[in-house]
Design a protein around this ligand. Sequence first.
Ligand code: ADP
Ligand code: ZN
Ligand code: ZN
Length: 680
Amino acid sequence: MICSDHHSSCFVRVVLDVPLDAHFDYCWVKHAAQDVMPTVGQLVRVPFGKRNMTGLVIAVSETTDVPTDRMREVASQCPVPPLPQEWMDLCHFAATYYHRPLGEVAIPCLPKPLRAEKVPTLDRAYAALEKEQSAMVREASATVRPELNPDQEESVQAIGRASGFAPLLLHGVTGSGKTEVYLRAAEEILARHEEATVMILVPEISLTPQLEERIRSRFPGICMAILHSRMSEGERLKNWLSAHTGNARILLGTRMAVMASTPRLDMIIVDEEHDPSYRQQEGLRYSARDLAVWRAWQLRVPVVLGSATPSLESWHHTLSGQYCRRVLPVRAVPDAVLPDVRLVDISRDKGQAGFSLYLLQAIRLRLERGQQSLLFINRRGYAPVLVCDSCGWVSACARCSAYMVFHKAQDRLRCHHCGLERFIPHACPDCGNMDIKPLGRGTQRMEESLQALFPSSRILRIDADSTRRKGSLQSALDQVHRGQIDILVGTQMIAKGHDFRNLTLVGVVSPDNALFSHDYRASERLFAQLMQVGGRAGRRAQENGSEVIIQTRYPHHPLFQAVLSHNYEAFAGRLLAERQESGLPPFIHQALLCAEARKLDDALAFLQSAAAYGKTCDGLIMNEPVPMALVRISNRERAQLLVESASRSTLQAFLKDWTIHLRHTKTKVRWHLEVDPLSI
Ligand code: ADP
Ligand code: ZN
Ligand code: ZN
């Protein structure tokens, strides 16, 4: 079909958020004088089936293969400027690399209102933006910045000197002033051009307010867009537009922010680059860190990856010379030093209620001195399981191959995998025994024991349960900062990034589980976690004499020995050697095909036939399908198939054929592919 008048009509080719690797042609007709011809990158509303959907225009032409009688018309154009070509290329790369349809990658990156059945006029969002900006200009007044130490100075210069694509790993111990380096480098870049734009990615939303404040006060008069998933749709739209229109020159956000549209980008910073939360676990399973590096490569701009415990991937890249490395070996605040780490053997010092006598004494000392303590345990709830001593009953979830966690305050058992809730049985459901007991300890139980041990101290628990209400995390953290808390109990939520001024003791209560995990990355993660949480202590000079106490049954384990000496390099070197020996990433490239079905056998059979497809492929290691470690969630049984290759391009070429083949396979099994999986 050919359009009749190319001044008033054309065909557009669009992609939609549908699970089909296809594009769709529509005709566009000029109806009113103010209608403008669509362009590539434009968002349009088009009929699909019985409803209208938002489509992204990937081509505009005067001809199409679609016959006239099947041709439908573009319903309307979305009132936003077209997405830039670089952004389209980014989506295209992500779609190709992670083997997903382009529409499924691109469209979900847009704020919901632009995808809604009725796209709103954007007047309100634009008005809010304008108001914000004029308020900002009025408030403008810069804060003082500390004088950089020589290591920081050199790092800032190295970033500034870089031209073109230049990944730099900023390896700095906790509190070494990495953030200060980011800010100074950003300052330099922003000063170079009046439209220069910088993107800063952070792993956790709980960390953004503190950083946001710091950036705002440092860059008065410069508009900043905040991008994360826990904001209202209106807020999100406003911030997205601010980035998209080039209004914002600093983009700060969590992993999703890496997909933000912006007319230009001059530098990307990824803080805590090793953090697993950069990995999206559903939909498009991408690594925001990796996409950030790709984006920097695409635009030929510097990218800074910062961490106290770099990922082995990035570390490996510095060893091979692909990334340049800068080190900040000491704490930035003059005279502040890293805390002493002490390992307490809990097979000797049994103490009480899960706390060694040594740790209890250390807490007591902090209370006397009016200093704060932080106790870290990576398990929320009261106890991970209820058990009956007389018959062996355990509180298993009916829908998952997991235990239901005892939540005492709500008097409920709760499954952390599927969300199922049950009342606490008064007696054992199997044998009637009245005496069923909580086994093990979670944050709630620790909080309770501490309150009994130190009745006059002010104890606060911070975990996913205590911070469900919007704003509750922030107000809890404020309480700690104001010194209204003596003992802080929490999960990894409090382990990262926070700068608690009066904190001089960190207790790690029971880290041993991670030493024996089936997941080969568990020790890398534990090490990072221990360094991070330990890094919360002694961030001020007057607090020297601060301590990190790790309770373990394995004080001689090399991982703890590396933590003891704050020696990341030795630890990373050993892990890399192990990985090389056993053929694990980063020495091999992996993809994981995951399948789930009502019956495990169906999932396994699907994977068997998928495996057969790749058996004869050169340079590819096709492993056997296996049930997942957590085999059942919400009554669906799960299995996985690992494919590996020493060559990334061999693996990618295979995955391309494979996913096409699998998409055409008729099956009731639900499956997805994970490229560069974080855990196998
Ligand atoms: P990191 O990001 O490495 O944890 P930060 O940049 O947050 O470190 O710095 C830790 C603390 O040290 C902050 O309180 C910061 O204000 C302070 N700081 C950073 N650089 C300097 C410096 N050059 N001189 C004095 N204090 C500094
Ligand atoms: Zn029983
Ligand atoms: Zn469950």
